[in-house]
Design a protein around this ligand. Structure first.
Ligand SMILES: Cc1cc2nc3c(=O)[nH]c(=O)nc-3n(C[C@H](O)[C@H](O)[C@H](O)COP(=O)(O)OP(=O)(O)OC[C@H]3O[C@@H](n4cnc5c(N)ncnc54)[C@H](O)[C@@H]3O)c2cc1C
Ligand SMILES: NC(=O)c1ccc[n+]([C@@H]2O[C@H](COP(=O)([O-])OP(=O)(O)OC[C@H]3O[C@@H](n4cnc5c(N)ncnc54)[C@H](O)[C@@H]3O)[C@@H](O)[C@H]2O)c1
Length: 450
């Protein structure tokens, strides 16, 4: 046994680091372990590197939208290796910076794969540690797929590290990852096909806005195939041959690269949670409202590896980690509050959401007024040549509270945060409309959306 801690955190991503620091700042003896370089998915393999690659695509798209409006975009292209170097300029220093920061907070940083060996013991690559409490913050991994040839797929991590971008790219799954990556590769000059088994891609977003985004994607070369099932992926002379089925018929699509965008599951399989008597499933460690394991009171969970009502997103992971840490420190006093947490799909333009969908409001019996605006011809979009943009705001007729906001358009990833704040603070539409924004900014469109 080489140490006894007040808390051992498993996973040095956004959730794990936030909780470790909060507890260490209470004077607790804390250790954190990760089998990969510190920083987790968001900083190293997700949100941040993804949005750096998107910047290249934004420039291409912005220039194309201004073609004939004073901008000559001939010869403008993404230099993929240079864009990757730019990405590495951000990601490469992250692990050391994170470890230094943890060390400054008095936290022991362990390296290796952690697995439970008892209710209050773990093993990290051959060394045993004992602790009063554990936080499982191990994140998520791509959902295992079972069709023949699934082993040829690359995942989002590999995609974000490609040295060169091949010409024909096929994405399996019509969710966040496929849409975001497809919008990048289409602007980089490759073809992008997305295969989704369902009729409705991006199911957690407003269906009307999703259809507008699909149309906008088609214009730039993102080819979405709905209700389509992958039968097999086979190697071909050049790349892969993907057999798909739709309406009883089958078709073969040739691709140089096949990318997994078919969902992610909690990354718990190698943790030996059974040894600690911790119940878990595909959605994560089974926890109660206070984020404590339902079967082992020494174990807590937060972020993508916790089975909660929160979506697998960075702000949710951080907020759950703070709740779990606070409950460990003060006793079980607080529960996560997901009110007003916005989310965005970083396509071009971006699709965003906060609060309820129309269908959810109806299911909850709320009498909602839908304020829909086609914002494509508003000044902010005219100025940059964007022709696809819309807003749908849901307002509870009984009290004028904003219960949902759905936006598709350039810079709306920033604007949605204001709607998030309004929902979080319980502002009425009238109150929000009374705020004055700098002009001309996208924020100044908000009043008209209401
Ligand atoms: C391509 C992509 C893009 C994304 N973009 C966005 C976005 O734009 N906005 C957004 O909000 N969210 C985005 N997400 C989701 C976001 O990245 C996650 O919700 C967030 O990173 C979860 O944080 P976490 O701390 O729970 O887990 P993670 O950040 O995944 O950290 C878990 C850590 O645990 C480690 N680990 C796992 N098992 C063990 C073990 N047994 N022993 C030791 N260490 C272990 C892992 O190595 C990892 O470092 C994206 C995800 C992906 C894949
Ligand atoms: N901008 C962001 O915030 C962001 C970006 C990327 C990822 N993420 C997070 O990561 C999670 C995982 O992303 P994702 O895009 O992999 O999953 P997702 O859950 O967003 O979408 C998966 C899609 O794949 C489809 N699918 C599943 N199996 C399939 C199959 N065999 N064939 C065809 N289609 C199939 C599903 O119907 C679904 O539409 C997201 O839920 C999100 O929480 C967030």
């Amino acid at each position: 046994m080489s140490g006894t801690y007040d808390l051992v955190v498993i996973g040095a991503g956004m959730a794990g680091i936030a909780a470790a620091k909060k507890c260490a700042n209470q004077g607790w003896r804390v250790a954190i372990a990760d089998s990969l370089p510190y920083g987790g998915t968001c900083a190293l393999r997700g949100c941040d590197p993804k949005k750096i690659l998107r910047r290249g695509a934004e420039i291409i798209d912005s220039a194309r939208l201004m073609r004939g409006k004073g901008i000559d975009d001939a010869g403008l292209a993404i230099n993929w290796p240079d864009l990757m170097t730019h990405k590495h300029g951000f990601t490469d220093p992250v692990p050391q910076r994170m470890e230094d920061d943890l060390a400054r907070n008095g936290i022991d940083t362990l390296h290796g794969h952690a697995r439970f060996t008892g209710t209050r013991q773990i093993d990290v690559d051959g060394t045993n540690y004992e602790a009063e409490r554990f936080l499982v913050a191990t994140g998520a991994r791509p959902r295992p797929l079972d069709f023949p040839g699934h082993e040829y797929l690359i995942d989002s991590t590999e995609f974000l590290n490609l040295d060169a971008l091949p010409t024909r790219i096929l994405f399996i799954g019509g969710g966040f990852i496929s849409f975001e990556f497809a919008h990048v590769v289409a602007r980089a000059g490759s073809t992008a096909v997305i295969i989704d088994r369902g009729a409705r891609p991006l199911k957690s977003f407003d269906p009307d806005l999703v259809e507008l985004l699909v149309d906008r994607g088609r214009e730039v070369g993102v080819d979405l195939r709905r209700d389509t099932h992958v039968v097999a992926v086979k190697r071909a002379n050049r790349g892969y041959r993907v057999t798909v089925e739709r309406d009883g018929g089958s078709e073969t699509i040739e691709a140089d690269l096949v990318v997994h965008g078919a969902g992610r599951v909690a990354d718990l399989a190698g943790l030996d949670l059974e040894s600690a008597g911790v119940q878990w499933g595909e959605r994560g460690v089974r926890v109660g409202g206070h984020l404590q394991s339902t079967t082992n009171s020494a174990v807590w969970a937060a972020g993508d590896s916790a089975d909660t009502a929160g979506m697998p997103l960075t702000p949710v992971a951080v907020s759950e980690a703070k709740v779990a840490a606070s409950n460990m420190i003060k006793g079980t006093t607080t529960t996560p509050d997901y009110t007003g947490i916005p989310t965005a799909v970083f396509t071009i333009p971006e699709l965003t959401r906060v609060g309820m969908l129309e269908s959810e409001a109806t299911q909850q019996g709320i009498d909602v007024e839908i304020r829909y605006s086609d914002t494509s011809d508003w000044y902010s979009n005219f100025r940059i040549g964007e022709h696809t943009a819309a807003a749908k705001i849901l307002i509870d007729r009984s009290n004028d509270l904003i219960v949902g906001a759905h936006l598709l358009g350039p810079e709306y990833g920033e604007l949605i945060n204001t709607f998030g704040l309004a929902i979080k603070l319980g502002l009425t539409a009238r109150q929000l409309k009374s705020a004055t924004a700098a002009y001309p900014t996208v924020g100044s469109d908000l009043g008209s959306m209401l």
